[in-house]
Design a protein around this ligand. Sequence first.
Ligand SMILES: [Zn+2]
Ligand SMILES: [Zn+2]
Ligand SMILES: [Zn+2]
Length: 247
Amino acid sequence: MPAALHHFPVPAPTTCASCGQVLGSTYYVLIDRPERYCPTCIHTRPRCDTCGAPLTNQAWQLHDGRQQCNQCHQVAIYDLTLARQLFLETVQTLRERQGLVLRVGVDFRLVDAPTMRDLRQYGMDEAGTAPTPTRHERTLGLYLRQGRVRAIFLLHGLPRLIFRTTVAHEYAHAWQGEHCPLLTDLVLREGFAEWVAYRHLVRLGAHRAAARMLQGNHPYRPMLEMVLQLEAQLGTDGLMQYIRTAE
Ligand SMILES: [Zn+2]
Ligand SMILES: [Zn+2]
Ligand SMILES: [Zn+2]
């Protein structure tokens, strides 16, 4: 017989998650997170370079100067072997479950923030157009192709789910490079890459992280919504067919 389940509502925190002071009538929250912050911390504390939360006194300094909150740190991928394994797992799922097969493989590199900035700059000079960063302020991942070398670069120390989301997004660009080289429409390119990442999260059962992609004010969100609408109209196979022939 199943045990009786008692649901106690979780009381809303009454203290600032950053400084611990008792909150007044004005406080701030971040999207889809339970923490509350006092106005002083929101306006004056340095933020986590990964999730944007105001840092507590327990912040982690990465060797390249980035600062990470404890929540991000707990699930961050710092180890190259682990990163490579997670990359391969992600790619395998994208290939087998989402049908994103590459004829030529794509290499994987784990880099720090200054290297990522250089790569982004280099990519711009090389291609004449900006390669597409996965997140608007900080580039978390990048797909670059130079001659026969094709590689996905990921920022060292990303939390596990952000790592997988970013790999999925960049892998989608690698797939586009092979299967729809004529596709220049930014909305379709980025919207499709976000859609691949979104579907990947759903497949992993990471529904909250997937839902988070449809909230907030990320510039790619409307593009993702547009591609989801296309999928609703055409079906998933229809969407894939549409993307292959779009320009
Ligand atoms: Zn505070
Ligand atoms: Zn964080
Ligand atoms: Zn992109």
